[in-house]
Design a binder for this molecule. Structure first.
Ligand SMILES: [Zn+2]
Length: 204
């Protein structure tokens, strides 16, 4: 799935978030810009295009708020990487790594409320505190659910050692190896073919 320039291959919201801002086969990066964060939230439809324009302007109108959220987003992403690396390796998940997830869950407390929508009603989530942190709430929730799976989790790391992207293995056989068949999987096949070919030539 390619949307707004993001290749969303994670299979779960929090897995795509932890891969930010990487593209397959390019490896994980520690950087994350405000534009990348806002565009991601729009790509996964947490915010509308209108809201994303408002948020992009926030670096001018309220740089402190933007900087604060970006820092919390990076902290959350880095903790997800540590958690998911451990889950993929069936290792113990440290209490410290879980803390940033709990912090987001905590500040995004709220309740459901009935809101009129034309002639009908819909249920809308209202955050108790009116902060930007609710933008990360769904990511934290998704991560929390994956962490409760523990050793049965099907979080995997791409088999291309140069890639380092995570994905959730929803395949029927549970044997998916690549973040993206069209990128890492095919590169591997081409490289294996070239190796076999040159070995054959060498032995001829
Ligand atoms: Zn990959």
């Amino acid at each position: 799935m390619r949307d707004l320039g993001f290749v969303l291959i994670g299979g779960r919201l929090s897995v795509d978030f932890c891969n930010l801002p990487s593209l397959p086969a390019s490896g994980a990066s520690n950087s994350l810009s405000w534009e990348e964060l806002v565009t991601f939230l729009r790509a996964i439809r947490i915010i509308s295009p209108e809201r994303s324009h408002e948020l992009l302007a926030l670096t001018e109108s309220d740089p402190q708020a933007a900087f604060g959220l970006l820092n919390r987003a990076k902290r959350l992403r880095d903790s997800l990487r540590s958690c998911f690396r451990a889950l993929a390796a069936k290792d113990h998940v440290s209490r410290d790594w879980v803390m940033p997830i709990n912090e987001v869950l905590r500040v995004t407390e709220g309740h459901d409320e009935l809101v009129a929508s034309g002639r009908s009603w819909k249920i809308e989530f209202l955050a108790r505190e009116d902060s930007l942190d609710w933008l990360l709430a769904a990511v934290a929730r998704s991560a929390a659910e994956l962490l409760t799976e523990g050793e049965t989790s099907r979080i995997r790391l791409c088999a291309n050692p140069a890639c380092t992207l995570f994905f959730y293995d929803d395949s029927r056989t549970h044997r998916r190896r690549w973040c993206s068949m069209s990128l890492c999987g095919n590169r591997h096949k081409v490289a294996a073919f070239a190796r076999r070919h040159s070995a054959r030539r060498a032995s001829a």
